[in-house]
Design a protein around this ligand. Sequence first.
Ligand code: NAD
Length: 362
Amino acid sequence: MRTTKEARMTALSVAHSPKVVFARGALSQIASEVAALNKKRILLISDESASSHVKKVNDELGSLIVQSVDRVVMHVPDEFSAPIVARAQKNEIDLVISIGGGSATGLGKIVALDAQIDLMAVPTTYAGSEMTTIWGRTRNNQKLTGRDIAVLAKTTIYDPELTYSLPLSISANSGMNAIAHAVEALYAPDITPEVHDAALEGIQVIANGLPRLHADIDDIKARDELLRGSMLCGFSLSNATMGIHHKICHTLGGMFELAHAPMHSAVLPWAVSYNLNFAQSQLNEVAKVLNAPSADIGLWDLANKVGAQTSLKNIGYPLEKSEEVADVISRATFVNPRPFDHHAVVDLLRNAYEGIRPNDES
Ligand code: NAD
């Protein structure tokens, strides 16, 4: 799995990142960032949680906003995005701004891709999509994803104040979702030193921040740090190839429409357990950062401690479908430290379903 030093240096030179603006109150810089891109006709996309921020953006941008969408649908069904794209083209939109969680960013990306319009992202969760070249959409009930530089935000504005309203349970699950990106980046075949450092720091920052937030929902310094951690994890996701954890979550999300972040949280400890002996040095680094005897136990304990989801049973996964899920995954193309093992994947799903601690497996 190791890349040569030469290959790592080559890969280092192609790391993708938006221009990042990160500060409390940074939303007030939105007009100058739009001006810096020389954009004149804006589509503003927001989710339901962002209505108060939308008012502020409207105040800042005024008549530059010629189209607005204030509702989003997870995984961006074509039926939902197509009319928005058509109208954006008709309106000669030259910048799409998304403000909200990963679902709002996701819609912004599909508009950017289909209408070839630049994107500015203002995230309000820890999903990390605002840092990536990855798009996701649902076509004919099938969840599709891909990578395209056209969906990389030109500018991402991180304003921690926008996350202060995020409920504890969403924060916890979203933080675990972010950690999943960084963990899989660490054992990716194309990891670079730059991404390695970002991933490890991202895990550390979020693993420190979530318990602080759990202890005090008003700890705004913890909020600042969590958002910074999600940026590092999103950067890792964009610049490394993901493994079996993301493949499983993509498959479960597509087949059963499970809630995205809680699903990641429940699957991650067991996906890491699956890879434990095949990416030992990388997962030992994760264990060290988590101050845990092993990475899988550390991740489960973290999720459990902060109230993130540890069980697929709780989010409606039909356990009896595990053989079918493993079959679907076996036919997919992905890179992972441990070769595909049908029985082990079925076991992984059962353990994640039961929500048991890796160390306590019978
Ligand atoms: P989400 O965007 O669906 O948001 C979850 C809930 O939180 C929603 O009800 C939303 O309204 C609410 N919310 C968002 N911000 C809030 C705030 N500050 N205060 C209060 N409520 C708030 O969920 P998500 O986990 O952020 O994103 C999931 C989606 O993102 C999935 O579709 C996933 O596939 C996608 N994603 C894509 C990438 C990528 O790189 N392309 C990476 C990660 C996730």
